[in-house]
Design a protein around this ligand. Structure first.
Ligand SMILES: C[S@@+](CC[C@H](N)C(=O)[O-])C[C@H]1O[C@@H](n2cnc3c(N)ncnc32)[C@H](O)[C@@H]1O
Length: 191
């Protein structure tokens, strides 16, 4: 069976999927508003795809330290072209190529539903976050204006399960119902 080029972009279909994903940054601007990183903060994006979210952050505040991991070589090339100053590496949610406590924020936009082992991904996000740092997980909203985004949205039970897993790892989790995205945020406890 052919792979979904949006879930793991490879070859020409993957390159095309990257261009399609990069046509709009509405959701990414909304996620950036919610994250609201302070000047100079380090933001690590898991599954950055063509780099729209990182580009929005870089455009808003050049003092941000941007980094991220994605398993797709095709996405790595597109995101590097879009965000040349970011430290972008090949990697997956459950094995992030970054040091413990190295990020103020870990974010994943339209990505968390693709993680094959969600508890492992959440443990990795917490490892990479500094104490007091924040996690942002966002996925297409069931109330989004776009029918395609609504079709890709997840049911309430999926969100309840995700919030429970985030609470198990972080000790806290908050749901946010935005216009294009549903999101979950959590704070890494100070030790
Ligand atoms: C639908 S795209 C979203 C890309 C981007 N975050 C955006 O909002 O435009 C999904 C991305 O997740 C990446 N991905 C797939 N499996 C992954 C995993 N296990 N860990 C991290 N990223 C993954 C894919 O390579 C792809 O770039």
């Amino acid at each position: 069976m052919a792979r979904n080029p949006f879930a793991l972009p490879t070859g020409t279909p993957g390159r095309l999927a990257g261009w399609v994903m990069a046509r709009s940054d509405r959701a990414h601007r909304e996620a950036a508003d919610l994250l609201a990183p302070a000047a100079g903060a380090t933001v690590c994006e898991v599954g950055f795809g063509p780099g729209q979210f990182l580009a929005v952050l870089a455009g808003r505040d050049p003092s941000l330290q941007l980094c991220g991991a994605d398993p797709s070589e095709v996405m790595l090339a597109q995101a590097r072209a879009r965000c040349p100053a970011a430290d972008l590496r090949r990697g997956t949610a459950d094995e992030l190529p970054f040091y413990d406590g190295s990020a103020d924020h870990v974010a994943a936009i339209n990505n968390v539903a693709l993680w094959p082992d969600r508890p492992a991904g959440l443990a990795e996000a917490r490892r990479v976050l500094r104490p007091g740092g924040t996690l942002l997980l966002a996925w297409h909203s069931a109330a989004a204006p776009s029918p395609l985004n609504r079709a890709l949205s997840k049911p309430a039970a999926w969100w309840e399960a995700l919030l429970a897993e985030v609470r198990a790892e972080f000790g806290n989790a908050e749901r946010h119902d935005l216009r294009h995205l549903t999101a979950c945020t959590a704070t890494a406890a100070s030790t």
